[in-house]
Design a protein around this ligand. Structure first.
Ligand code: ANZ
Ligand code: ZN
Length: 871
């Protein structure tokens, strides 16, 4: 027979799906809704193999649930605002919008060539005013609801890109894109009050059962709940300040007897007061502000400080005092901006104490350690133990000591207040959404000198970005625009200024999944429609979004609930984070990276070698690494689809390793997938041939046909279960087995002729095989479906039903008694649950007759033994 030609057949089926609108989803379809979503791409210009893997998985889920009779929503859109478009605009002297929409067009063609079952009528791009006007409306809603604030805050400032960066965009103290050393600046910014939801966001994590545990842990750590004590330390009389006490936040009040110093943040108000008359301190603070950097760098930086000259009373050791330092590792925006240091049990404090020669007194004794011998070396002891060296706390566990000391300080008055107060703190900060960039959603407010900050009236929405912008100067093109920001105040009519900050692009991606439910709506959502679709049943994407994108989305749904746009808290019921796509790396003799397409691989025995395809020069095979441009080990999806076809690429991506792990792209692997594709095609052709043969009278072995049917039904059951559990590689393995079984049964059938039972089993097997491969290799499946002479499209075929009796090897015959007399018997699968046996028994003709329309009083099923029907 002819070889299967994906280059012809893939575009053909894509066109047919398109014309028939096979994947267009109606909101009023009465079937059970199922929403599957892959994280939408940034329109960088080309899709990469990571996208292919992501969308192949999502498509399997979408097609499978469609076959299971659900109304599946599987949309696609573009996360289209952001810095790269501005950078491209600068480089190419085009408009960011032009660049973005060109990329969208190109990538859409690529995605379509993958044969994804996407409802393209719902496509959205976040840079379109049709999208961002609703975001602006919701911003105003949130402003009214008190979910937005404007405050001055320290920000990470990238001096090259001239923009504020999120902490995660600061890598080793440098801007993630520009590589410039990041500075700290004080700016007035817009914030979403996500920290108001800290407890709720934390607590709800426990109920996200279909999320990977590692993602929940990352979110939990990010929210960072700490239960501790605010504790006052009375200052020794001094001439330098009027302050009576320093308040610290501690989560380890049980270590109070080991305290050896107090440290203030360089930004602490008392620091500023003290620095006024203290040159060394003033210089330290100035230096800190010059270098003062992102939280992440601070944590790694050397611990440094300056002694202020002040002392506080030790709160539990009579007559003792503690020196007060200013230290670079104490942050102002956490707790109270001041700490007590206990070097024996905190590593930062220990580093600091060693440097400034402060006391190190252990107060927690590790289990089994000898109190006489135990000493702290270079490492602080942060684990469990028994309190010692601690007066009235001696002998307690850490937890007991925390409780005792909290009560003790709660009852004591210092500086007119209780000395200790229990407090919960969260590491989660409010979400600063202001970006000083052009290519983002304008924040819809106007600044008036008379009225202050005035929201843009709703009738004036959207606030549209001006088209005529220039990127000649660094910084915010919106701010540089000659006229855009000059407007009349909507309240008093005086000349006023538009806000030129735009929103963080994470805002755009925090609600796009709701917009897909009604992309044309005049309001951000149609609540009834959104509530029917949401939460997303299965969300699939990269683990790099495990924290911010998902946390922001979780906050945003809550904010949308508070403002009446949806009625739910959690946007994503199921979450799956896929592994990366990797490839071998290659270098030439000069150590330069060489692309896989320029490399010829050779295998001799066990050794693999490589040479340059053009020059023949030897190439060194390097380690397998994540595909990246810098190492040139990327494979272009277009080339793969062009030479092997989309189905082969999809099949390989799904088959090779568990989806949560990395998958290594290899030429041999794709070729194997391509061979399998041809094998299925040939198998179907052979089966069709057999059906065409005129039936011969052959004596047949009925067991053989039954065995084949069992294999088929077991595969249907297993593949379904695997897809539901997102174990795509296992589903693929089962399909391989089924294919083998069909081939085995086919060969003798062709040679000796097949009897009716085997023919039927083969025909059934062929049909089911085609449906089973259809979520993964949808084009091949359509071609096979057609070859089998089936009606319609396999894309519309229901997932095959499974006969439970065929799922178990052993069948047993149960005698059926009616009122104690044996009246019939039934063959069922061994171990079949009582309820199912009961249903089968009731359906039997003999039983129906005996019942004569009456319902039995009782049916007693003794599994695998006997059935008693009592009339
Ligand atoms: C004394 C102590 C003894 C501490 C000990 C730890 C271990 P988490 O759990 O992350 O909330 N801390 C408090 N405020 C700080 C600030 N603004 N900047 C830097 N560090 C600060 O951390 C709470 C602990 O971090 C607190 O408990 C405090 O040090 C420190 F053996 O107090 B601890
Ligand atoms: Zn005004």
């Amino acid at each position: 027979g002819e070889r299967y030609n994906p280059r012809e057949s893939e575009p053909k089926w894509q066109k047919i799906w398109d014309e028939r609108q096979s994947f267009v989803t109606a909101n009023d379809d009465p079937r059970e809704p199922y929403y599957v979503l892959e994280m939408f791409p940034y329109p960088s210009g080309r899709i990469h193999m990571g996208h292919v893997r992501n969308y192949a998985m999502g498509d399997v889920v979408a097609r499978y649930h469609r076959a299971r009779g659900k109304n599946v929503l599987h949309p696609m859109g573009w996360d289209a605002f952001g810095l790269p478009a501005e950078n491209a605009a600068i480089e190419r002297k085009t408009h960011p919008g032009t660049w973005t929409y060109q990329n969208i067009e190109a990538m859409k063609v690529q995605l379509k060539s993958m044969g994804l079952s996407i409802d393209w009528t719902r496509e959205i791009a976040t840079c379109s005013p049709d999208y961002y006007r609703h975001q602006q409306a919701m911003f105003l809603d949130m402003l009214e609801a008190g979910l937005v604030t404007r405050k001055s805050s320290k920000v990470n400032w990238d001096p090259v890109d001239m923009t504020v960066l999120a902490n995660e965009q600061v890598i080793d103290g440098k801007g993630w894109r520009s590589g410039a050393v990041v500075e700290q600046r004080e700016l007035t910014q817009w914030f979403f009050r996500i920290s108001d939801y800290a407890e709720d966001l934390l607590e709800a994590l426990d109920r996200l059962k279909d999320w990977p545990e590692k993602v929940r842990i990352m979110q939990r750590n990010w929210i960072g709940k700490s239960e501790g004590l605010r504790l006052l330390f009375a200052l020794e009389p001094n001439e330098r300040t009027q302050a009576g006490a320093i308040e610290v936040f501690t989560t380890r009040p049980d270590t109070i007897f080991g305290a050896s110093f107090i440290a203030l943040s360089p930004d602490h108000p008392l620091t500023a007061e003290l620095a006024a008359g203290h040159e060394e301190l003033a210089a330290f603070v100035a230096e800190f502000h010059r270098h003062g950097t992102a939280t992440e760098t601070l944590e790694k930086a050397e611990k440094k400080g300056v002694f202020t000259g002040l002392f506080v009373n030790h709160p539990v050791i009579e007559g003792a005092t503690l020196p007060v330092y200013v230290a670079n590792f104490v942050l102002m925006d956490y707790g109270t901006g001041a700490i007590f240091g206990c070097p024996a049990h905190d590593q930062r404090d220990l580093d600091f104490a060693r440097k400034y020669d402060l006391q190190v007194v252990p107060v927690v004794l590790p289990p089994g350690a000898d109190p006489q011998d135990f000493a702290i070396g270079a490492e602080a002891y942060g684990e469990a133990g028994t309190i010692f060296n601690s007066g009235f706390l001696d002998g307690l566990t850490i937890e007991q000591a925390k409780k005792t000391i909290a009560e003790f300080f709660g009852a004591r008055i210092v500086d007119g207040r209780p000395q200790g107060r229990v407090e919960v703190n969260y590491r989660l900060r409010d979400w600063g959404i202001s970006r000083q960039r052009y290519w983002g959603c304008p924040i819809p407010v106007i600044h008036c000198e008379v009225c202050g900050t005035v929201p843009v009236p709703r009738k004036d929405l959207p606030v549209v970005l001006p088209e005529d912008v220039s990127f000649d100067k660094p910084g915010n093109a919106l701010d540089h625009h000659p006229s855009w920001k000059h407007v009349a105040c909507p309240q008093c009519g005086a000349p006023a200024r538009r806000e030129t900050d735009t929103m963080d692009t994470f805002v755009d991606s925090s609600w796009y999944y709701t917009r897909f439910t009604a992309p044309e709506a005049e309001t951000p959502t149609i609540p009834a429609v959104a509530n029917r679709w949401l939460p997303v049943d299965q969300y699939i994407g990269g683990v790099e979004h495990a924290i911010l994108h998902l946390l922001y989305s979780r906050f945003f749904t809550r904010a949308m609930k508070a403002t009446g746009h949806v009625d739910l808290d959690e946007p994503f019921k199921g979450l799956f984070t896929q592994g990366m796509v990797t490839h071998e790396t290659y270098r030439n003799e000069r150590g330069e990276w060489v692309a896989p397409t320029e490399v010829v691989l050779e295998t001799a025995g066990d050794t693999r070698s490589a040479r340059h395809a053009g020059t023949g020069a030897p190439i060194r095979i390097g380690p397998v690494e994540k595909m990246s441009k810098s190492k040139r080990n990327v494979v272009d999806p277009d080339e793969i689809v062009g030479s092997y076809g989309a189905d082969t690429a999809r099949w390989f991506m799904l088959s090779d390793s568990p989806p949560e792990r990395d998958v290594q792209w290899t030429e041999a692997g794709v070729e194997g997938a391509g061979r399998f594709q041809q094998r299925v095609w040939r198998l179907i052709a052979d089966l069709v041939d057999i059906e065409k043969q005129s039936p011969e009278i052959v004596s047949e072995n009925a067991d053989e046909a039954l065995a084949l049917r069992r294999t088929v039904h077991r595969a249907v059951e297993g593949v379904g279960q695997d897809i539901e559990a997102l174990r795509f590689n296992r589903a693929v393995a089962q399909i391989y087995e089924l294919t083998n079984a069909l081939s085995h049964a086919l060969t003798p059938a062709r040679e000796a002729g097949a009897g009716p039972a085997l023919r039927a089993a083969l025909a059934e097997g062929a049909e089911k095989l085609v449906i089973l491969i259809s979520p993964m290799m949808p084009h091949l499946a359509e071609s096979c479906w057609e070859a089998l002479g089936k009606e319609g499209l396999v894309a519309d075929a229901p997932w095959p039903a499974v006969d439970p009796a065929l799922l178990v090897d052993d069948e047993i015959t149960l005698p059926i008694q009616i009122n104690g007399k044996r009246r019939a018997q039934i063959a069922v699968a061994k171990g079949l649950p009582a309820a199912e046996v009961e249903a089968l028994v009731l359906a039997l003709e003999a039983v129906q007759k005996a019942l004569d329309g009456k319902t039995p009083k009782k049916i007693v099923v003794v599994p695998d033994r006997i059935v008693n029907v009592v009339l």
